[in-house]
Design a protein around this ligand. Sequence first.
Ligand code: PLP
Length: 264
Amino acid sequence: MEKKNSIPVVMAVGGLDPSGGAGLVADVQTLTQFGCHAATVMTANTIQDTHSVKSFQPQSAQLVREQLEVVFGDLHPSVVKTGMLVNAEIIDALIAVLQKHPQTMLIVDPVLSSNVGESLSEHSLIYALRERLLPLATLVTPNIPELSTLTGVEGDPAAGASKLDKSDCLVTGTHRNTEAVINAYYKKGRLYREWTWPRLAHEYHGSGCTLASAIAAGIAKGQDPETSIDAAQRYVFNSLQSAFSPGGGQHIPCRLQINEKFND
Ligand code: PLP
């Protein structure tokens, strides 16, 4: 029997970044800030700091599947948010579990590499992600390089997004050479709404993870995707404005915003 939770449970599936800037730590901080409980399944352990990714070690797909199964069987997460999925085996493990829980909503941050381009995936990931996981997603949140890699379309985000016409996508514009950052929401390949944000000065570690988790939280609380996307961007922008630099490299978004309320 389904248990009713007053605190929504979101399952975050992704990599562990020991700097705490990105990956599962970013997910847990964000989901907690939005009043959700974060269940976590680790797909990979990474060696990285705020400067660079040195290497990563994938988890076995069997371990990922068993962790997902026991948590699904017990906590009944209504939303799954994915980040670093590493390879096709892990994607297929996730899909096998999602097929047993078809009511689950899925937010996919299609992580292929770090913010500065260091690989966080194996070759098998891209096809499995595009062909098998993205069609199951409630929302996909690619940045421009991820959109290009997934679709093979360079330099034209609208044309790229039109190829992902089985999914709804929020394409983030940080990597575009524009004065402001324009985030564009496409529904089944067609532009639906854009948001324009001032471009901030620094490089940030974990901004994409923060955005996708904040959207997942809104959806877990019963908001429609557009409302969740809207609130999530305000939260991310605030967290970037108050980002800090505990190491010497990229800034880390300040996700704990005790004076702000995003939970309404
Ligand atoms: N997940 C993990 C484990 C990472 O290490 C990174 C980046 O290094 C990401 C996701 C993506 O981070 P961002 O939100 O900066 O795109």
